[in-house]
Ligand binder design. Structure first.
Ligand code: THU
Length: 155
């Protein structure tokens, strides 16, 4: 028997410590919370993806009265990125959430379905850095797979 261990490395930044490109992406994700359609949860999520060609693709969560038909900000953004710019690598994604009149103090992190969706593009086109915004601290992870060990990417 062998025991293995998987570790998840991440860095914590203040907003001012972030490189300018990351600050811009975080600002875009925060702005996008205003475009969220979340009448049911009132949890407004914004996402911004930086493509290899410099374009920033934006997304927000879009809910539906038939709850499972709604989708998260991250999938709105990555499917839009791939639909508009097929084959262009996604380099970074920033995520922010706003509820009860303020941004979340602690970063929120993508749900399992969004991790899987992002992992597909990461497996094809290379690492996507993940930047999770919180008022108290901003977490940066080197890749989606670091959030989704044992990723299923091919059969
Ligand atoms: N949501 C996102 O958009 N992204 C996340 O990372 C977590 C959850 C949305 C889904 C739903 O509209 C609301 O937040 C509450 O779960």
């Amino acid at each position: 028997m062998k025991t293995h261990k998987i570790e998840t490395p991440f860095e914590e930044y203040t907003y001012d410590e972030l490189p300018e490109a990351d600050r811009k992406l975080v600002d875009t994700a925060k702005d996008m919370t205003r475009n969220s359609y979340a009448p049911y949860s009132r949890f407004h999520v914004g996402a911004a993806i930086l493509l290899d060609n410099g374009v920033i693709i934006k997304g927000s969560n879009q809910e539906n009265v038939a709850y499972p038909s709604g989708t998260c900000a991250e999938r709105t953004a990555c499917y839009q990125a791939s639909a508009l710019h097929p084959g262009v690598p996604m380099r970074k994604i920033a995520i922010a959430a706003w509820t009860n009149g303020h941004f979340q103090e602690n970063p929120i992190s993508p749900c399992g379905a969004c991790r899987q969706a992002l992992a597909e593009y990461e497996a094809k086109y290379g690492p996507i850095e993940v930047i999770l915004y919180g008022e108290k601290g901003i977490y940066k992870l080197p890749s989606v797979s670091s959030l989704l060990p044992f990723t299923f990417t091919e059969f």
